[in-house]
Design a protein around this ligand. Structure first.
Ligand SMILES: NC(=O)c1ccc[n+]([C@@H]2O[C@H](COP(=O)([O-])OP(=O)(O)OC[C@H]3O[C@@H](n4cnc5c(N)ncnc54)[C@H](OP(=O)(O)O)[C@@H]3O)[C@@H](O)[C@H]2O)c1
Length: 285
């Protein structure tokens, strides 16, 4: 890599879920462009080997990991504290960690796992780091969502899926929440120099779904034979994190590096505001 491609030299980036799939490719690309990259991982062994791999492949040694199980709010808070104890700026935050769960699980905080991991961790981590992000303008927040949001609703009467749980229902709701959060955050950040955008990576043959069992896993594994690589899947995340073309774009959703419209529900400001309030309530200490 030639020196003039190190356009992110001096920038600090954090990628969650950077120990597999789309996240690791995104983190590597940011390191390749010269940034200091923080790999947020939950597994020490995987985090160490991810950092080693990125350092080796990019020649950039400013790559570190911070451990956190993002489904546990105490750990999200510790991730933020650990980060702030070491870094004074955060130019790019990529909220990427996510999963789908065949059965209803509860987190250590007593919350439904899909909603807690896929949405509340984005919400809480961003909130905790927002002062640092604002102190680093121009800065960017990128939320990895999914076209699985289409057809989903935020079930405020049963947001935790206690009455009725379905893997894709919970997943779709969480990915719609990513978009509602992105748009509401963008409204709050308008004119601040911080942008908030979301994306669908495409259908990617990553480790996604490897925690599932039975028929769902088999079907997903079969379908993944026809899916794109994680390298391809990470392209839109990398584009939103780095391209000058989107430096001033705020509150949009991208697929294949192109701005596209999302579901009708995702543009409902009342739903966005209500979700924000519920998320605040569910993440307060
Ligand atoms: N794959 C697709 O087709 C697809 C399509 C649309 C959207 N997406 C979205 O893309 C994002 C990345 O998915 P992917 O396909 O790259 O999946 P992946 O290969 O399974 O990677 C998921 C990452 O999230 C991390 N993670 C999972 N649970 C965590 C937790 N409790 N705490 C901290 N980190 C946790 C994983 O850590 P470990 O390495 O320790 O497991 C891994 O690094 C997700 O938000 C997903 O919803 C994926």
């Amino acid at each position: 890599m030639v020196e003039n491609s190190k356009v992110l030299k001096g920038k600090v980036c954090m990628v969650t879920g950077a120990t597999a799939g789309i996240g690791i490719v995104t983190a590597k690309a940011l390191a390749q462009q010269g940034a200091t990259v923080i790999v947020a991982g939950r597994n020490k062994e995987k985090s160490v080997s991810t950092v080693d791999q990125i350092r080796k492949e990019t020649g950039n040694h400013d790559v570190e990991y911070i451990l956190a199980d993002l489904s546990v709010q105490k750990e999200v808070r510790k991730l933020s504290d650990d980060f702030k104890s070491k870094f004074k700026r955060l130019d790019i935050l990529v909220n990427n960690a996510g999963a789908v769960f065949d059965k209803r699980f509860e987190t250590a905080d007593g919350l439904e796992m899909t909603f807690a991991l896929n949405h509340l961790s984005y919400f809480l981590l961003t909130d905790l780091l927002l002062d640092t992000i604002k102190a680093s303008v121009p800065s960017r927040i990128i939320n990895v969502s999914s076209d699985a949001h289409k057809g989903a609703k935020i079930n405020f009467d049963d947001i935790q899926g206690k009455k009725k749980y379905g893997a894709m229902r919970a997943y779709g709701q969480s990915k719609l929440a990513n978009i509602l959060f992105t748009y509401e955050l963008a409204r709050k950040l308008e004119g601040s120099g911080v942008t908030s955008n979301a994306l669908h990576p495409g259908f990617v043959a990553s480790s996604f779904g490897s925690n599932m069992r039975g028929a769902f896993r088999l079907i997903l594994r079969f379908l993944q034979l026809f899916a794109m690589s994680s390298e391809k899947g990470a392209e839109t995340s990398i584009y939103l994190a780095t391209s000058p073309d989107v430096a001033n774009i705020n509150g949009k959703y991208f697929v294949k590096k192109k701005e596209v419209r999302t579901s009708v529900e995702s543009y409902d400001k009342n739903v966005g505001e209500k979700l924000w309030e519920v998320s605040e309530e569910l993440t307060k200490k």
